[in-house]
Design a protein around this ligand. Structure first.
Ligand SMILES: O=C(O)CCC(=O)C(=O)O
Length: 260
């Protein structure tokens, strides 16, 4: 990424984000900055994942480490990721998109392993975050070529203006809540995100999104950075409902409580 973000470019991204609830920052990471993220992710998977509890690293097949599909709270397990999500080049983006100061919430990993990566159900991150006002942004950093074959993200453009919609238990490991009122009208407004490694997607916490399964022989890896607006507060009752639903699902899957 360029050391200083070009102001004109930033204004264009902000306008698109406000209008659509999502925007793609083509080649935001490149060269050394992309290599640094790749290397640290590989190190994390090699050195830290083997000692993580089942609630911090999810596998398509828990018996097979090559099927790692998702991780959360990476900032709590590793100083590199603790510092990474606090970097100006990401914090300034998040502040611009939300029009507020932001609080970095966490670093996540989203993979769909070749041939077996399962679909991401339609959802709003804001349903999981339980914020009032529901103001947060996720920066989704593509590490692979991402397209229709390996499970690209699909955004329902403009859905960030429709408020929080009803969700229910999805029984999908890593995405416990799915939209209950998904319709053909949503599908008609969907925009598919075909990406190159180093492209960064930004989506608002109320933007509905989903992804298909990975039918290809390529991985579909991404690192997610989540930022809450400083003015947003967690609604305790909504959060408790979410945690209860998560717990029931995880118990059914033989996993101890976590939050995703
Ligand atoms: O990577 C995916 O399939 C979904 C990611 C997602 O839901 C998110 O970043 O909010």
């Amino acid at each position: 990424m360029a050391s200083a973000i070009d102001q004109t470019q930033l204004s264009q991204w902000q306008a698109a984000f406000e209008r659509d609830g999502h925007v793609c920052l083509a080649q935001y990471l490149a060269g050394d900055s992309f290599a640094e993220l790749q290397e640290n992710l590989e190190r994390y998977i090699r050195e830290i994942v083997p000692n993580l509890s089942a609630k911090l690293a999810f596998f398509e097949n828990p018996e097979d480490p090559s099927t790692l599909k998702q991780m959360q709270y990476m900032q709590d397990e590793d100083p590199f990721f603790a510092e990474y999500c606090r970097r100006d080049c990401f914090v300034k983006l998040a502040e611009t998109f939300l029009g507020d100061q932001v609080i970095p919430q966490g670093v996540e990993y989203f993979n769909k392993p070749p041939g077996i990566g399962t679909p991401t159900p339609p959802h709003q991150d804001g349903y999981y975050f339980c914020l009032v006002p529901n103001q947060a942004v996720t920066l989704w950093i593509a590490l692979d070529v991402v397209n229709e074959e390996n499970g690209c993200l699909r955004y329902v453009s403009g859905s960030h203006r429709d408020g929080v919609r009803p969700h229910g238990a999805s029984n999908v490991l890593g995405f416990s809540q799915g939209l209950q009122d998904w319709s053909a009208a949503d599908e008609a407004r969907e925009v598919m995100q075909v990406l190159q490694p180093g492209d960064v997607l930004a989506h608002h916490s109320l933007t509905v999104h989903r992804a298909d399964a990975n039918r290809s022989n390529r991985s579909r890896r991404a690192v997610g950075l989540v930022y809450y607006a400083a003015s947003a507060k967690v609604d305790p009752a909504a959060h408790q409902r979410y945690v209860d639903s998560l717990q029931v699902q995880h118990t059914g899957m033989g996993i101890q409580e976590s939050e995703e």
